[in-house]
Design a protein around this ligand. Structure first.
Ligand SMILES: Cc1cc2nc3c(=O)[nH]c(=O)nc-3n(C[C@H](O)[C@H](O)[C@H](O)COP(=O)(O)OP(=O)(O)OC[C@H]3O[C@@H](n4cnc5c(N)ncnc54)[C@H](O)[C@@H]3O)c2cc1C
Length: 64
């Protein structure tokens, strides 16, 4: 079976869960997928400016 032709490049703005999922799907159709994210991402999970909703002051404390 022949492989479908791939387009050159797709650009996704925002590297949240939606952006990463979109990039994953697009990678089947594009040779290169570029994610443009305004925050610097760390290797470990963390709260960051681009996702202010990530910090939940109401969440249960570890010793709660
Ligand atoms: C107050 C609040 C509480 C929530 N609580 C929950 C919960 O308990 N459980 C749950 O499952 N969901 C919760 N949600 C919903 C969840 O946070 C969202 O559905 C989810 O984060 C959406 O993901 P997203 O990738 O679309 O957007 P986001 O996670 O907001 O990601 C957007 C990304 O785009 C980047 N970005 C923005 N502008 C630019 C730009 N100009 N250039 C480059 N990059 C840019 C940001 O830095 C960020 O990384 C909550 C939402 C809110 C607002």
């Amino acid at each position: 079976m022949t492989q479908p032709m791939k387009y050159e490049r797709a650009i996704v703005i925002g590297g949240g869960i939606t952006g990463m999922l979109a990039a994953k799907v697009l990678s089947s159709f594009y040779l290169e997928v570029l994610i443009i994210e305004k925050d610097e991402l760390s290797d470990a999970p963390e709260n960051r400016l681009g996702t202010p909703q990530a910090f939940h002051p109401h969440r249960m404390l570890p010793l709660g």
